[in-house]
Design a protein around this ligand. Sequence first.
Ligand code: PAF
Length: 272
Amino acid sequence: MQIVRTIADLRSCIAAWRAEGLSVGLVPTMGGLHAGHLSLVGEAARRTDRVVATLFVNPTQFAPNEDFDSYPRDEAADAAMFEGAGAALMFAPAPEIMYPKGHTTKVIVEELGAMLEGEFRPHFFVGVATIVTKLLLQSLPDVAVFGEKDYQQLCVIRAMVRDLDIPVEIVGGETVREDDGLAMSSRNAYLSAEERKVAPVLYENLRLVAAGERTAEEASAYLLEAGFSSVDYISVRDAVTLLPEMNPGRPARVLGAAWLGKTRLIDNLAVG
Ligand code: PAF
């Protein structure tokens, strides 16, 4: 696997593949890799000839009080994992490559990006939409794969690509879970041993809401009783628009976000 750090090098590797008639898949990540990320690389490798995996902890999607500084960073370990999963190239730019002095443009996906996560982390989707637009335009892949674990992010990126006419197919990769149901996440590393035991209660409750066996309000109460410190939301939404109005026959999704000590966990499941 090659490692490149500049946009020019990224483009020249991809141009060489294109000259051979090869297709290209993109898997954007912030590192802190786990089996969930590797399954996205696998999905891209099944669909395309060459996979570009990106490693960039994007500062613009963190608020000043969030975990940008403590976010897991181990480039050598992440590179080995990308290579093992079948990536042909890792793009690991420095912040000044992605945001050179004078960078001023932001991509805002208005309604979809303002609800749910957007209410609690107003900066988040602006940062995500901006960096993903840049990565897509820098690499111009055929396919880009994002995890369903961040379901609203996937919806925001689909809307953004449609609205900006970016010629790429966006593919959602299934959430990979631990044996007890906890969705894999780089942030699970922050959980203490005690919190780790409580963490799967989020998944269990979303599962019961998705099965119609518990309401969102009941699920929130169960989370607090189990030891979660607060619940930002548990909500059943239209699976595409993420609006709370549900129309019969349309797919629905239950999404949740809750705090366990200092760690914020999110998860979601298809309803029914
Ligand atoms: O899902 C993530 O890890 C990030 O939000 C992404 C898509 C790589 C953008 O920084």
